[in-house]
Design a binder for this molecule. Sequence first.
Ligand code: ATP
Ligand code: MG
Length: 581
Amino acid sequence: MDHPTIEKRARDKRQPPQLQKYEALRKSFSWAQVEKELDWVPGGGLNIAHECIDRHCEGKRGDVTAMVWVGKNGEEERYTYEQMRVEINKCANALTSLGMRKGDRVFVFLDRLPETYFTILGTLKAGGVVGPLFSAFGPDPVRDRLQDSGATILVTTPELRKRIAAILPQCAELQHIVIVNKLGRSKEPLVQGDVPYDALVAKASAEFTATTTRDDYSIMHYTSGTTGKPKGAVHRHNSVLQQYVTGKWCLDLRPDDIYWCTADPGWVTGTSYGMIAPWSNGVTQLVYEGGFKATVWYELIAKYKVTVWYTAPTAIRMMMKIGVEAAKRRDTKSLRFIASVGEPLNPEGIFFGQEAFDLPFHDNWWQTETGGIMVANYAEAPIKPGSMGRPIPGVEVAIVDDKGKTVSPGTVGNLAVKPGWPSMFQTYWRNEAMYKSKFKDGWYITGDRAHMDADGYFWFVGRADDVINTAGHLVGPFEVESALVEHPAVAEAGVIGKPDPIAMEVVKAFVSLREGYEPTEELRRELLRFARGKLSAGVAPREIDFLPSLPKTRSGKIMRRLLKARELGLPEGDTSTLEED
Ligand code: ATP
Ligand code: MG
């Protein structure tokens, strides 16, 4: 298969990229080189919070702004690296004073507030295992995660506490509830027995020396729940090696960048690349409390002169929905490098980036379990639209068959990784059997299907669970969805296999429309024709239904299993991460 590459424009190349000579680096690279670039803690330990913050302080770059926080009501707070160091140390001491010991689970159920970042890094500094929870969760997902993890401390806000009050007595291991009342926004009285965050940290010392080792557990993230019940993937402090170096290689970060990652810390992107990668690279990071609204986002990029932006296909498709002009109305010329993760990035998304920002989105692939970016498009390298790029130096990624044997280029199979990469998950919490089941013949099987081309670029086909078997052909939903979103009327598309007595399954698509288009019978027929023109006969959808929007996880992933369950009238399964309209 021959895939065209796209020309990057000159603005991309103002500065030499952080990763150059990919092939040569891949050959010569060893993780020992990155180990030398980190600071380590006395006695040879490793601590994520120390590598993010402390190592930039001590007379070096302590007065550089680490975080610019923009609140949902337009508030703004700025923290230097030195101020962050103090806040994080105070929090580490405060949690320790509550009785937190190494390995105890501290769960953070907060909006994107400065205190969210202090608490996550404070827990890590003190050796606790931190579990970030997305603040839009209702009581049930919070209870499931608190019970499963056996969390002893919960840090939350007055409103969120009220939302989940009924389930708290069911969390037997929970000992303390710490309340963050940001800027006194809430008038709710403190519940008896709860601990106010401000008072707790006010009396804590500003010094704390980390004692963790590289193998100590750090963060546990529940997966997005796209394919089933979320699993608690457990990481360790060693992950910072990979998060740091991929921040450089795959996001092209340098210390003078103004960086914005739009992911919430409730998902792994929001911690690995919304905290650890940027701060270990010493950048200034924008944190925006509010949610997605394209025009507000453009405004933020313009106002704060964001240079590097890491976002997701779901947001890009929403931006496409309102059109290029809205982006062009704002001055986004500060942007130097833009990237995307979380779902396959349709080629249309890359072209949109070129038009709207004069830059292509660089897609990269990874998952909660990998902890860090594994496959990426790099600043220096050509992009082939629709490809996730090439593996980072220092990891081995391959396509293997169901027995774990590598297949030849062009053949679709399981996307697999050789175990041992630095940010590899260590287990699924209280589910070692499921963890073990992910390995086959010396490979970690990611659950995604893909193929690799002759240049070593990887192409996503679909999740193993979503692949459609129609008349003997295996069809990946991504190919069909990408063809559909090329039509000007289509904002997003989700494709499933619908059982069929003859073909086993037929391809069925659900689409939502861009502004200004109506779901008519005529449009349906046009889309069926359009898809047949782009795809081979067996692959093109047989049926298309219109939906106002597609069911998605709160991290923005299309839930094809739900489209299928609804189509077939089957039980919906775990919907704890479903985004409600
Ligand atoms: P669950 O494991 O609970 O079903 P999930 O797999 O969606 O949920 P995450 O770990 O948040 O949970 O998501 C990782 C998955 O997202 C990947 O395995 C892949 O399917 C998809 N993904 C991430 N980035 C990309 C990308 N660049 N291209 C294609 N797919 C991607
Ligand atoms: Mg998964």
